[in-house]
Design a protein around this ligand. Sequence first.
Ligand code: ZN
Length: 157
Amino acid sequence: MTILDALLARTSAAITKPGPEMRRAIATAHSAAYYAAIKERTGVMPKGLSKAERGDLKLAVAAQLKYYDAFAAQAATMSEGAVAARAQMYAGAVRGTYYGARYPGLKQVPGDGQTSCLSNCKCSISEQDDGLHWTLNAGESCGDCEAMAAGGPYDRT
Ligand SMILES: [Zn+2]
């Protein structure tokens, strides 16, 4: 299991229903993903973040919490299944933060919200000899994800 898979599993379990705990878990997960990505990229767990990195992380968390607050406000009118499915999208979005910090040269990464499936796909980035590949995994893959997969390999830098 990769460090990202472990983080996603932990996040999924922690964010099943809206509430202060879920809100906190979203912020914690993005922060953990950011640190883990830097560790994977540099080989060292950072003791702290640079000003630019802090800004970057803060923006990612703020964007998610904004979506979360809108979701929490609507949740009472949604079915239990819809709430659970929507909650899991917040785990998927952690991938965007992780991959963005892991591969800062990529303009687009799975889970960053730039594809029409938003964070609902199961796509990942895999490192191969010829560069980085956007990998489609079992689960939903929208046309945008398929185009990103077909467009690889991408530069590692
Ligand atoms: Zn997609």
